[in-house]
Each structure stands twice: as C-alpha cells, then as structure tokens.
Design a protein around this ligand. Structure first.
Ligand code: FAD
Length: 374
C-alpha cells in the first residue's frame, strides 16, 4: 500500500525532514562559529606568547646593549677641590668589585687636570658659574645612564648631591659606608656612630652609594687621559649667588696628618692661639673645635669636628678641653692616635683616648708645646 500526500504519516515525515534540515543548518552555522572563535582564541594566545617572548627578547637586547656599553661599571662623582675624597672612593669601588671599569664625572667651571689612578674616562660638564647641587645632580644623572653603580662620598658635597641624584635615577641610596664586606654587603654607622649596621645592597641597578673618605685608603692621582666635555645641564630653579669662605693659612682639617681641637674649656677664641702654637710645633697641623666652642662664637663653624661638622681621621688628634660627647666622637674616633687633655678625670673623651692628661689645659698645653719644640 503506497502513501499519498494527504496521508497524515507522510505529512509528518515531510515536517521531520524540514526540521532535520534546519537543525543541520544550525549545527553547521554553530560549528563554523566555534571554529572561528577557536581560531580567534588561538590567534590571541599566540599573539600574547609572541608579545611575552618579544618583551623578553627586547629586555635581553637592552641588557646586552647596556653591558656592551659599560660592563660592570662604576661612575664616581668627584667632589670639587682636592681629589682626596674621589681617591678614597676609587679604593672603595675596587673593594666592592675589583673588575669594575671606573669612570668619573665632574661638574664645575674648570676641567680637572688630575684624577685618581685607575679612572678610565672622565665626563666633564662645564658650568659657567659654580654649579648648584641640583645642577650637579642633573649632570651626573645624564652621565650615569648604563652604569651599574654611581659612587659618591659622604662629604658635605656628597650629602647634598647624592639624594637628589638618587631621586632622578629612581634608586634608594646606601650612604656613609665605612667598610665593604663583599660585593653586596657593607657596614655603615648609625646613631652618630653608636651602632654599626650591616647592609645588604639591593640588586636593582643603578646602585647609588656613598663612602666615608676617611675610612678608605686613597689611591694616588695621575693626569687625565680620556675626557669628554659637555655643557652643564643647568637647573633653573635655583641660582648660585656667591660664597663667603673663611680663609686660613692652616692646613685643611680633613687632609691634615695632625689635628689639635679645642672645646668649651678653651674659654675664648683668643685662647685658641695656644692650640695653633701646639699644632705648629707638631709640624703644622690643622686646628679644629667642638660644636660648643663654635656655638659660643669662639671660632668659625668650618672648624667644627663631629657629626654635624667635619669627619677627620688624622694620624694624631689632640682634644683639648673637650668632654667627648658622642656627636664629637663620631667625627674623630677613627684617628690613629688620640690624646686628650681635660681637668675632669671622668670625662668620656678618656674612654677613646690612647693617651690622657688630667689637668688644667692652660698649664699643660704651653708645657707640651715647649717640650715638642725642644
Ligand atoms: C644633633 C647634634 C649634633 C651635634 N653635632 C656635634 C658636632 O658635630 N660636634 C661637636 O663637637 N658636638 C656636636 N654636638 C654637641 C655635643 O653634644 C656636645 O654638646 C659638644 O660636643 C660639647 O662640646 P665640649 O666638649 O667642647 O663642651 P663640654 O661638654 O662643655 O665640655 C667641656 C670640657 O672642657 C673641660 N674643661 C673645662 N675647663 C678646662 C680646663 N681649664 N682645662 C682642662 N679641661 C677643661 C671640662 O672638664 C669639660 O669636659 C651635637 C649635638 C647634637 C644634639
């Protein structure tokens, strides 16, 4: 028996066929979409992977480029004036990494004639007038590109320039280093020298470090070999107006082999002539002072030795009428031999002194001068 079009069964079959056809179209459409989306997903993943590898490749290339410019390199920021601090900085840099290439940057009105021996190249930023700390920091930041370490000294100059520089090169500085343990571990004093901290230097480059010049031997100087001169990058926000430098015939406090310092016990500025006579008898030493003597107006503040004054480490330091407060000791206790003259046998200065004389300074000092002279 055959089925006709009117046969309800065949009408149902026809409907089924149409439904099946639509369903298969829908399936095909869906699968094509799925393939498309999977393709897009795959493409996105591949792009991401390529981006990731690309970035790695780029940073590798940059690193390689950096290393090809300066292989394990150190840039020393030279103080103005005598090159002694930079000579100590070279020793410190070598202790940190003996294989470092050492270059030096100097910002000033006159090109340096001599540099510490061991310096490879010099970058001189010529300034029409005495550069401000901001100008020096901007020039050093310009020269510092590609260097692993930027090293300064913990002199007044370094203490003014290095924080500004560290901000410009986005580094966290480690300052006033007094000794090097290994290439990433150093010691620095805390609490005016009452404690010593062992510091691990971070691996992020560049490192910005400052060293205490009196704690490191000084390399000799030699004539400049390679020098690149550039105009200074002048910071317009501040201007150098002038300076009022007190002139002294006496040797510089920080480089003298003998320092005779007076404290409040001296009583007056005129009495410091007693110390000058003793310093002369000892071969032309420098004369320093405690902060109490400076604050009392006995002597100018560039003679102050201590935490907020100058840090000295001569072969012989004679402390006269100075009690030995921790802030004073932090500026002189690295001296090779310390002699203290004080009428108070309990004065703390005697705890760091190699030789102590208890008595009136106005009797002891002239007597001592006479004995040294004869
Ligand atoms: C933040 C800060 C930073 C500081 N920075 C420094 C610094 O850089 N340098 C510094 O020196 N101080 C500094 N000080 C000050 C320090 O704390 C002391 O006040 C200062 O060192 C005391 O100076 P002095 O020993 O001359 O005076 P004093 O402490 O008054 O001692 C005078 C001494 O002279 C002796 N004397 C008096 N007459 C005679 C005599 N006829 N013969 C023999 N001996 C006599 C006395 O016995 C006494 O020991 C700082 C303080 C602070 C808070």
């Amino acid at each position: 028996m055959s089925r006709t079009d009117d046969d309800p069964k065949s009408i149902l079959d026809e409907k089924h066929k149409k439904l099946l056809l639509r369903f298969s179209f829908a399936l095909r459409w869906l699968s094509s979409k799925a393939i498309f989306h999977s393709f897009c997903f795959l493409k996105a993943m591949m792009s991401l992977t390529m981006l990731k590898h690309g970035a790695r490749l780029l940073s590798g290339l940059q690193q390689a480029q950096k290393q090809s410019v300066c292989w394990a390199s150190t840039l020393i920021v030279a103080d103005p004036g005598p090159s002694a601090p930079a000579c100590a900085a070279v020793t410190a840099a070598k202790q940190l990494n003996a294989d470092d290439t050492i270059d030096l940057v100097f910002v000033g009105t006159q090109a340096p004639q001599e540099v510490p021996s061991g310096v490879n190249s010099v970058f001189f930023y010529k300034s029409a007038e005495t550069p401000t700390a901001e100008t020096v920091a901007a020039c050093v930041a310009d020269a510092a590109s590609g260097y692993d370490r930027i090293i300064g000294t913990s002199t007044k100059f370094g203490a003014t320039v290095l924080p500004r520089l560290a901000a410009l090169v986005n580094a966290s500085p480690v300052t006033d280093i007094t000794s090097v343990i290994d290439s990433s571990t150093v010691m620095r004093p805390l609490y005016a020298g009452n404690a010593l901290a062992k510091i691990q230097i971070g691996s992020e480059l560049p490192q910005v470090l400052s060293f205490r010049p009196t704690s490191f031997d000084k390399v000799p100087t030699e004539a400049v070999k390679n020098m690149t001169e550039k105009p200074a990058i002048v910071f317009e926000g501040s201007k150098w107006e002038g300076e009022n430098v007190s002139k002294s015939e006496r040797p510089d406090l920080q480089s003298a082999a003998v320092v005779v310092s007076g404290g409040r016990g001296m009583g007056s500025g005129e009495n410091f002539s007693l110390l000058e006579e003793l310093a002369d008898a000892l071969g032309g030493g420098a004369v320093g002072a405690s902060r109490a003597a400076v604050d009392a107006g006995m002597v100018p503040n560039d003679m102050q030795v201590g935490q907020t004054g100058k840090v000295v480490a001569p072969k012989l330091y004679v402390a006269v009428g100075i009690s030995g407060a921790i802030q004073h000791l932090s500026g002189m206790k690295d001296s090779k031999t310390i002699v203290a003259i004080n009428k108070d046998p309990e004065a703390p200065i005697f705890q760091v002194a190699d030789y102590g004389l208890v008595g009136d300074l106005f009797t002891i000092v002239p007597e001592m001068t006479q004995k040294v002279k004869s």
